[in-house]
Design a protein around this ligand. Structure first.
Ligand code: NI
Length: 162
């Protein structure tokens, strides 16, 4: 089983590299990430969170087939924003509201290297943007005000020491 990398590990703040090879090895990585996602009851997981600095993430919403996004590009974001409480498997137990665009259009490759395009809103748009950020080394604590970030990190370190 893949271990989820926690906040503090350098891989989480690195810019990930494009996936160039498709095939059995990639399919195995995706299957292992899917298992880790289910085990930890998450809804999204990016490859850097399992220590693999590649541009790939998965989204697994309830009752929906797993979605795989490889070398994704967000090509449009709505002007309308909304706040939603987010968590992150790399910060277990930490949740806070993050403001992001309400809808996005994204282009990516599927696990076989086939391009697709998707317009997403609601929870799907939210998870896509959170996971996409991981590929650029951006964490959800980077999407809030400095004051709120200090409070969130202080709360997180208190939780870790309990
Ligand atoms: Ni995350």
């Amino acid at each position: 089983m893949l271990e989820i990398v926690k906040y503090g590990e350098p891989v989480l703040v690195q810019k990930a590299q494009d996936v160039k090879e498709f095939g059995r090895k990639l399919e195995t990585l995706i299957a292992d990430m899917h298992d880790a996602l289910k085990r930890d009851r998450g809804i999204g997981l990016a490859a850097p969170q399992v220590g693999v600095s590649k541009r790939l993430f998965i989204v697994g919403l309830d009752d929906e087939p797993l979605r795989v996004f490889i070398n994704p590009r967000i090509i449009a974001s709505s002007e309308e924003t909304c706040e939603y409480e987010e968590g992150c498997l790399s910060f277990p137990g930490l949740y806070f509201g993050v403001v992001r665009p309400s809808a996005v259009d994204i282009e990516a490759l599927d696990m076989y290297g086939k391009p697709f395009r998707l317009s997403a809103d609601g929870l799907l748009a939210r998870v896509i943007q959170h996971e996409y950020d991981h590929l650029d080394g951006i964490l959800f604590i980077d999407r809030i005000s400095p004051a709120k970030r200090r409070r969130a990190l202080a709360h997180y370190s208190r939780m870790l020491n309990m």
